[in-house]
Design a protein around this ligand. Sequence first.
Ligand code: CDT
Length: 335
Amino acid sequence: MPRPLRVAAAQVGRVDRSEPRASVLARLITLLEEADKQAVKLVVFPETTFTTFFPRYLITDDVELNSFFENEDAVTGIVDAPNVKPFFDKAAQLGIDVVVGYAEKTPDGVPYNTASYVSGRRVVSKYRKVHLPGAFEPFNDHPDTTNQLEKRYFKPGDLGFQAFRAPSLRHEVKSPIIGMLICNDRRWAEGWRCYGLQGAEIMCIGYNTVAWAPELWGADPNMDRDFARQDALFHHKLVCQAHAYTNAMFCITAARCGWDDGKFELITGSMVVDPEGHIIAENKTDGDELVVADIDLDACLQGKARTFAFEKHRRPEHYGVIVERAGVVEPPEVI
Ligand code: CDT
C-alpha cells in the first residue's frame, strides 16, 4: 500500500549580518503560509535558519557573537527560545512539522550547531552537527576573507546519528523514519550509513555552502567564479544523490543561499531526491522559495529490500578501520 506524503525544502535567500530576527521570522512565516496553502506536511529549513551564516566572520565582540545564538529553554528546548517562538507557534497552528537549523546555546552555555525536528510545539528529536568544517583560527582578519570558524564557535555534536519516528506523519500504522544532518555532514558517508542502518526513509539536510572561497576548498585562487559555483553545486548534488541511493532513502535539502551582505555568495541546490538518487524537485531561484514534492515512502522498499538489503549483503567484519581511525594510515612503501 502506498505511503504518500507532501514535503518541501524551504530555501532562504540573502540574510545580512545585521538583519533583525523579526525580519527573518516574517520571511520564514511567509514560507510556512505558502506550505500550508499547498498542503505540505513536512518542511525542512536551512542550517542557522534565523541569522546570517556568522562563522564566516571573525567576531571578537561577545555581545554580537551571542546575538546569533538561540537560548534554549531547559524543558521545552527551542520552541520557547525568546527570539524565535512565533515561528514555532505558527508551524503548530498550521499543523506543519518542521526541521530547523540554528545556533544553540544550552542552558549551561554550551554552543552547538543544531537542528530540531518540531511537531506541534514539541521537539521530537534533536541533532547536533558532528562534522564541524574549517578552523579555529581565521585565515586573516581582512573583512573580505570568507572564513569557516565553526571549530571556534561550536562544540562537536554529542548526540550521534539518532533516527526517529514522526508520529504526526503516520500513514495507516507506520510513521516515517527520519534522520537529520547539517551541511558538511552530508559529505561524510559514515553518518548516512548510521541512519541507513536504522531504516531511515527521509534525510533532512539544511546547509550554508560557500560558492567562492578558494582558501577553504584548497582551489586555485584564479579559478573562474562561475566554474567554482557550479563545482560547489555539483559536489552538493553528487553526495546527496549518491548517499540517498546507497541508503535507499529520500533526501530533502534546504539551502541558505544568495549574496549575504552583497559580497558573500552561498550556493542554491534546494531539492528533493528519491531513493534511486533522482532529483524530483529543485529550486528555480536564489531567493526565498518553497520546493515541494509528493513522495511515496514505500519507494524506499526497492533499494532496502534488494540492492541495499544490508542484512543480506554487508560484511561489517571488514569495516573495522572506519571506526578504529580518523586519519589515513598508508600501507608501507615497497622497497
Ligand atoms: N556550513 C558548512 O558546513 N559549510 C561547508 C563549507 C565547506 S568548508 C571547506 C560545506 O561542507 O558545505
